[in-house]
Design a protein around this ligand. Structure first.
Ligand code: PTJ
Length: 250
């Protein structure tokens, strides 16, 4: 369906449309459409804007990415359908690896996502070579199988729209985890090192913008920014932002 840019809900409708197209072309899992609806419901509770608290998390996330030895961005169907272009730009500017890692795994979908990323400028996409895999302990889903050179070897992993299981397992494996999740109460949000509570369509462009701005900072300054960040405290701020917005309606 062609959506008029004058429609008051243009951004939301256009995002849905991209996911539907992604589903039709075999990039997005059917469950991805449901997951997005869940995310949208939380987005309403913030007034569909980036809460102030998320900006702090974004800075800490960028500090982690820029200070990492081997940072990797994990890509699922929804992420590929919604923000492929900006993910590739972000990966280039950090620089970070890009790995396809799916919950509802199929080789065909992995390949489609990899070619979408390549179409948008990615040179190398990890996670599509069945041979080079290692297992992360403590993950019950197909997401346990990761690329040995990618997430397997990463010290910092960015995981947009994730399940809590793998976040905990990645932390237990000694990796720092950056989550993007609109639900501040999800297990992923609670278990991550840094949680950006924001819609991925706003969070990834913002990560890119802040990365370009923070790139000149020294390693020690980056280290100070990431170690000063307290995810638990910040999630409490996020909840206050959400409650504050809803109070305006009450
Ligand atoms: O492509 P696959 O096979 O790897 O599957 C991807 C999905 C998203 C289907 C899979 O990871 C899944 O089932 O995720 P969950 O457990 O439903 O969790 C998704 C989380 O992402 C939920 O907490 C949602 O609130 C959140 N979410 C959904 N859409 C967005 C979002 N967060 C930020 N931006 C969004 N647009």
């Amino acid at each position: 369906m062609k959506i008029s840019p004058n429609h008051p809900r243009f951004r939301s409708l256009e995002t849905r449309e991209r996911l539907v197209k992604g589903f039709q072309s075999g990039v997005v899992a059917p469950e991805g459409l449901i997951a997005h609806g869940r995310g949208e419901a939380f987005d309403y509770l913030f007034g569909e804007i980036t809460p102030k608290s998320s900006r702090l998390a974004t800075k800490a996330a960028v500090a982690l990415l820029l200070g990492a030895k081997n940072p990797v961005i994990s890509i699922n169907g929804n992420t590929a359908a919604l923000v492929s272009q900006d993910i590739v730009k972000l990966a280039r500017s950090v620089p970070a690896g890009v790995e396809v890692n799916l919950f509802h795994r199929s080789i065909a979908r992995e390949r489609r996502i990899a070619s979408l990323l390549k179409h948008n400028g990615a040179d190398q996409v990890l996670g599509v070579n069945a041979k080079a895999r290692v297992r992360i302990r403590g993950v019950a889903s197909p997401r346990r199988s990761v690329d040995a050179k990618g997430i397997g070897d990463a010290d910092v992993v960015l995981i947009p729209l994730e399940d809590g299981d793998r976040t905990e397992a990645l932390r237990n494996a000694g990796k720092a985890v950056i989550a993007i999740d609109l639900n501040p109460m999800s297990r992923t949000s609670q278990a991550a090192t840094v949680t950006i509570v924001d819609n991925i369509i706003r969070a990834i462009p913002e990560l890119l913008r802040i990365t370009l701005r923070m790139k000149p900072l020294s390693r020690s300054r980056l280290g100070a920014i990431s170690s000063d960040f307290d995810n638990e405290k910040n999630l409490a701020r996020v909840m206050k932002d959400m409650i504050g917005y809803m109070r305006g309606w009450a």
